[in-house]
Design a protein around this ligand. Structure first.
Ligand code: PLP
Length: 410
């Protein structure tokens, strides 16, 4: 265990880990179960187009979520695009900027303008009071994001949506297996969209799903994800290819069997981080409501550099040099990415909390890739980096200036 800053890899020491520890290394369920499903699939010679594994996967999810319809999809981005079209959202749709860029891109790709709204600094979620001020005659919908798996202020958003006759969708990419007031995420708004990308705690390699209690909407989504076909040779909508393949559903069914185990591991890791980083000045953890179901997928801390003496960015560099691939989620905010930065150059003026969080939030490795030994080491390194924050900042500042002088002289 390193005990002084000179031993840090960023200052020339050896990295604490030989292999990189990623924030979201894929969780894989029981390999034999997956392989036997794949073998059966190959024997059936039914690889895509609403095969038996996709149907079984959809039924299992609907039962688990207590929702009428779940439509499995190729990924969450296409799923969001399909929901946008199926609900007839056009003009402007209000979204948080503090999210993964796919939330905004799914709208822009459909010719719908994402209007960025600020978040509540305590929850990191859409702020209903800010949102109401952003509604214009062109607004047709809201996409709330259950960031880190923590539910949005669902009732407040629904009340605003109903009062202004807006559609309400939730990007639930982070929130599979989570609940809000005892009801599983998947049941709220017009529809909710999950991501099962490989980096999510539950994955289907690539994949996603739309959950809804609206029969008509579900029917439309099923047609739209299959090019708009309503039967052989009969196309009734503009559609796309949003289908999930059988091999992805095989992975999903296998993962569902280990879902409780994945969540238990995440939860224990979350507890170990909380214990290991308790009392570190300037670090604030994102907490999960113990009275609800959570997947504990994201280990997120806010870094207040006025207290730590080391900036979030420098802390990320210190950790990455140790092969701990901490990430700056969701830096720099969608409004600072193209094309949005060019379209709305003044958006940041309305997004002070998003701007602040984008410079403070740090996400740490979780899942089956880490256990007590790794987390103890990660926490000890963070403690060391914060204890020596000002010193590391000063030393690296000098190294950077020296490099600049050498570059100039060369
Ligand atoms: C909040 C959010 N929305 C949407 C997506 C897009 O999901 P997918 O990769 O399945 O398209 C992600 C993916 O990481 C996400 O984090």
């Amino acid at each position: 265990m390193k005990s002084n800053s000179a031993e840090l890899a960023i200052l020339g020491g050896l990295p604490a880990f030989k292999e990189k520890l990623h924030v979201g290394r894929p969780n894989i369920g029981q390999k034999e179960r997956l392989l036997s499903r794949i073998e059966e699939m190959l024997d059936r010679v039914w690889l895509s187009n609403n095969g038996p594994l996709v149907q079984e996967f959809e039924q299992e999810m609907a039962q688990m979520l207590g929702v009428k319809h779940v439509v499995a999809m190729c990924n969450a981005t296409i799923a969001l695009e399909i929901v946008t079209r199926a609900l007839g959202m056009d003009g402007e749709v209000i979204v948080p900027s503090f999210t993964f860029v796919a939330t905004a891109h799914s709208l822009q790709w459909q010719g719908v303008t994402p209007v960025f709204c600020d978040v509540n600094p305590d929850t990191h979620l859409l702020d209903p009071a800010c949102l109401e001020k952003m509604i214009t005659p062109r607004t047709t919908g809201i996409i709330g994001v259950h960031l880190w798996g923590r539910p949005c202020e669902v009732e407040a958003l629904q009340e605003i949506a109903s009062r202004h006759n807006l559609k309400l969708v939730f990007d639930a990419a982070h929130a599979f297996g989570c609940s809000h007031q005892g009801q599983m995420i998947g049941n709220f708004g017009n529809a909710e969209v999950f991501s099962f990308h490989a980096t999510k705690f539950f994955n289907t390699f690539e994949g996603g799903a739309i959950a809804t209690n609206d029969d008509e909407l579900a029917k439309k989504i099923r047609l739209m994800k299959n090019f708009g076909f309503a039967g052989y040779d009969n196309v009734i909508y503009v559609g796309t290819n949003g289908k999930m393949t059988e091999v992805c559903a095989a992975m999903g069914l296998t993962g569902l069997e280990s879902l409780d185990k994945f969540i238990a591991i995440n939860r224990e890791n979350y507890r170990l981080y909380a214990e290991g980083l308790a009392g570190v000045p300037g670090l604030k953890a994102v907490r999960y409501n113990e009275n609800e179901k959570s997947n504990y997928q994201y280990i997120v801390y806010e870094v207040d550099d006025s207290v730590t003496g080391i900036s979030r960015d420098l802390l990320v560099e210190v950790l990455q040099a140790e092969n701990i691939m901490a990430r700056r989620y969701f830096y720099p905010g969608c409004h600072q990415m193209e094309p949005y930065r060019s379209y709305f150059p003044h958006a940041h003026l309305l997004l002070p909390e998003t701007e602040r969080l984008a410079t403070r939030v740090l996400s740490l490795p979780n899942g089956t890739a880490v256990g007590k030994a790794e987390i103890d080491t990660i926490c000890a390194l963070i403690r060391l980096a914060v204890a020596k924050g000002a010193e590391i900042t000063g030393t690296l500042g000098k190294v950077v200036s020296l490099c600049a002088i050498r570059t100039r002289e060369a």
